[in-house]
Ligand binder design. Sequence first.
Ligand SMILES: Nc1nc2c(ncn2[C@@H]2O[C@H](COP(=O)(O)OP(=O)(O)OP(=O)(O)O)[C@@H](O)[C@H]2O)c(=O)[nH]1
Ligand SMILES: [Zn+2]
Length: 340
Amino acid sequence: MARRDWRSLDESDVRVRPGRGSRPRSKRRPAHADARPAMVVGVDRGRWTCALDSDPERLVVAMRARELGRTPVVVGDVVGLVGDVSGQPDTLARIVRVEDRSSVLRRTADDTDPFERVAVANAEQLLIVTALADPPPRTGFVDRCLVACYTGGLEPVLCLTKADLASPDELLAQYADLDVPWVVTRYDQDSPELAERLRGRVSALVGHSGVGKSTLVNRLVPDAGLRTAEVSAVGKGRHTSVSAVALPLPGGGWVVDTPGIRSFGLAHVTPDDIVAAFPEFAAPAEECPPGCGHLGPPEDPDCVLDDVVAAGQARPSRLESLRRLLASRAGVDAETGDPT
Ligand SMILES: Nc1nc2c(ncn2[C@@H]2O[C@H](COP(=O)(O)OP(=O)(O)OP(=O)(O)O)[C@@H](O)[C@H]2O)c(=O)[nH]1
Ligand SMILES: [Zn+2]
């Protein structure tokens, strides 16, 4: 990446002209110092739709510059653009740099692509959309989302829909020990609380089919369908599965819808990555035998985390929650034993 090259310059790259003042001049200037910052809001077959200065009204279509090499560029990425950034029809800018990411969500490997790839970059929070009924909540799915958040650097938020059909109390009780923020919604009412939580931030949304995610997005983003068509293949009559699309919120901020993403890739996540999200267990876990999965007996009979609870240094329910997440990483629903 151009920016890395520039950062890695050392004294030998700087030439001081003798007798001409003391201003050092670098032999190589940072490539494309004039590149304009933009956020990627949609990706479709070798074309990236970007919002110049993160302004949803200034969309620019870009291709990747050859110098980027294989650096992946995904929705949410902050990129540097050069060339024609007018956004006029049939113009094409070039992406010359991708800024470091503050968070990542990986999609699971599937039949068409055996690798877990980053699907969304730089989202601050993940809205885990789950219906309270019809379809019934799947805690295995929620748990996998939580693990993806803890290891990808996002704040999780439980978004419980269809509150007109069932009470959230039972589900919330299961997550009380994890201190996950939550909002409850229903399609016949606005949720000022949710709007407030999303305002000015980049939030990814994930949920199974039928939980009411489209209903939610349509309520939050005026012209959501039109916007989606604009930045994806949908409007061109192609039937490609859209990986992710960033939609602007009227009050500022973005929601990143993730159609086609059913779950997140956790194959790269280790048990210790998950334990790190539990401060009271993270340090003691270092005393566990090498390779301990921290599940406790019978899988991990010498795991010390049980001792932490026995010594009164952590609540038993916290260890239960931690172990439920550890089990979800393995792709097995802790409740039903079914694959998630
Ligand atoms: N009772 C009730 N039904 C709802 C609510 N929100 C959505 N629904 C209904 O649930 C069904 C699914 O809603 P969608 O918004 O299409 O769900 P989705 O998650 O986007 O599902 P896909 O489009 O399949 O991805 C529709 O029939 C909605 O009318 C709600 O708050 N209460
Ligand atoms: Zn252990």
